[in-house]
Ligand binder design. Structure first.
Ligand SMILES: Nc1ncnc2c1ncn2[C@@H]1O[C@H](COP(=O)(O)OP(=O)(O)O)[C@@H](O)[C@H]1O
Ligand SMILES: [Mg+2]
Length: 355
C-alpha cells in the first residue's frame, strides 16, 4: 500500500516548523455512548497546500474540523494550528484561522453586505479596513452585484459563496472548509472550485477541506487523507493514491455460465491477473493493461460460447483508490457508527477470491 503515514512522518521531520501549519498527533474524539468519531489520527498539513480530508458520511471529518477550529475538545492526543495548541491556546488559534462550516450560518434577513459587516465586527476587523476588504471579497466570490439584496433571495450557491467570503474577512492563514460544495449543483460546484483555486494562487493560503466528492478532491487537493471510521487509512497526493490502484479494472458479467468465470479468465493465455474477484456471473479483475487483456478474454469467451452481458473498464481513479483502501465504494454506503471495520472487511472478502 502506498501510504504512508510512516513515509509522511519522515518527510515532515525534515521540514522546518514554519512549513507545517497543522499538526495532528494521535488525535481522538469519543462522544458519549462510546461513539469513536476520531480514532487516534496523525498527520501534518504544510503551508500553502490544499489538504483534502476525504471520507464517507460519518467518517469523522466534521469532528476533526471542530477540534482543529477549537469548537470541540478532543478526548485524546493533541493538535496544533499555526504553532498553537488547540486546547491550551484556542484564542490564538482562532485569530489565524477561518472556517466555512458544513451548515449555512449566514443571516437570511440581512443583506450580503450586512452579513459581511457583522462578520468583520465579530472578528474585530477595524471598520476602516473592513469596507475595502468586503468590496474585495464580494468581488472575489462574484456577489458584488447582489450585495444589497437580502440573503433570503439568494440561491444555495450564492449563500455558500457568501459563507466563503465571510470566512476570509480577517485574512486567515489557514482556511477550513467543511464540505464546501455539499448540496450544490454541478455548475455551482465547479465555480466554487475556481474560487478555491484562485484563493490558493493569489494568497498562498493553506486550505483544509473536507469532502465526500472524489472528483472534487482529485481536482483541487495537493494531498488527500482518506478517512474511514475515524481513521486515516491513506495519505498522499491524488496521483500517488491512484498509482496505488496498480492497474486497470475490468468488470465482466456473463449470462448463464456454469463454469467459474474467474478460473476461465485466469487460464486465458497471456492474461496476468493482478487481482480478481468473482460473484455468481460477474467477475472483477485487475490487469496491467485492459487494452491488451480485454480482446483476449472476449475471444476466449466467444470460442467457449459464453454470452457476455456487460463489460466495464475502469482506469485508475480516486474511486478505485478508495475501493482499494476501504474495500468498498465511497458512494456505496453511508458509514455509520454501527458499521464496523470488520463488516467492511467481510464485504471485501466475499467478493475477493485471490490476491
Ligand atoms: N455531537 C455528537 N454526539 C455524538 N455523536 C456524534 C456527534 N457528532 C458526530 N457524532 C458521530 O460521530 C461520527 C462522525 O461524525 P462526523 O464527524 O460528523 O462525520 P463526517 O463529517 O465525516 O460526516 C458519526 O458516527 C456521528 O454520528
Ligand atoms: Mg461532516
Amino acid at each position: 500500500m502506498a501510504n504512508l503515514s510512516d513515509e509522511g512522518a519522515t518527510k515532515d521531520e525534515s521540514m522546518s516548523s514554519e512549513d507545517v501549519v497543522v499538526v495532528v498527533d494521535q488525535l481522538e474524539k469519543i462522544y458519549s455512548g462510546d461513539v469513536r468519531a476520531v480514532d487516534s489520527i496523525s498527520f501534518n498539513v504544510e503551508r500553502g497546500e490544499i489538504f483534502g480530508f476525504l471520507g464517507p458520511n460519518g467518517a469523522g471529518k466534521t469532528t476533526t474540523i471542530s477540534i482543529l477550529t477549537t469548537q470541540t475538545l478532543p478526548t485524546g492526543g493533541r493538535a496544533e494550528v499555526l504553532g498553537y495548541d488547540v486546547v491550551k491556546e484556542p484564542g490564538k488559534v482562532r485569530r489565524g484561522i477561518g472556517l466555512v462550516p458544513q451548515e449555512l450560518t449566514v443571516d437570511d434577513e440581512l443583506t450580503g453586505r450586512e452579513n459581511m459587516e457583522l462578520q468583520g465586527s465579530l472578528y474585530g476587523v477595524p471598520y476602516s479596513d473592513a469596507k475595502e476588504r468586503i468590496d474585495e471579497l464580494l468581488d472575489l466570490v462574484r456577489l458584488a452585484d447582489s450585495a444589497a439584496r437580502k440573503v433570503k433571495t439568494y440561491s444555495g450557491g450564492m449563500k455558500k459563496r457568501l459563507e466563503l467570503a465571510e470566512g476570509l474577512i480577517h485574512r486567515p492563514e489557514v482556511l477550513f472548509l467543511d464540505e464546501p460544495t455539499l448540496g450544490l449543483d454541478i455548475q455551482t460546484r465547479t465555480s466554487m472550485w475556481e474560487h478555491i483555486n484562485k484563493l490558493k494562487k493569489e494568497t498562498n493560503m493553506t486550505i483544509f477541506l473536507t469532502t465526500h466528492y472524489l472528483e472534487e478532491a482529485d481536482a483541487l487537493c495537493d494531498r488527500i487523507a482518506i478517512i474511514d471510521h475515524g481513521n486515516v487509512i491513506a495519505l498522499d497526493t491524488p496521483g500517488e493514491l491512484k498509482k496505488a490502484v496498480g492497474g486497470d479494472v475490468i468488470e465482466i458479467e456473463v449470462t448463464d455460465c456454469d463454469e467459474d468465470i474467474l478460473e476461465i479468465i485466469n487460464g486465458v493465455p497471456g492474461i496476468a491477473l493482478i487481482d480478481g474477484t468473482c460473484a455468481e456471473n460477474k467477475a472483477r479483475i485487475k490487469v496491467p493493461d485492459s487494452g491488451a487483456a480485454l480482446p483476449k478474454i472476449l475471444t476466449n469467451f466467444i470460442t467457449r460460447d459464453i454470452q457476455v452481458a456487460s463489460v466495464m473498464v475502469k482506469k485508475p481513479s480516486l474511486d478505485q483508490a478508495f475501493l482499494e483502501f476501504t474495500g468498498r465504494e465511497l458512494r456505496d454506503e453511508e458509514s455509520t457508527a454501527g458499521n464496523s471495520k470488520k463488516e467492511a472487511g467481510a464485504r471485501k472478502g466475499r467478493f475477493r477470491r485471490r490476491r
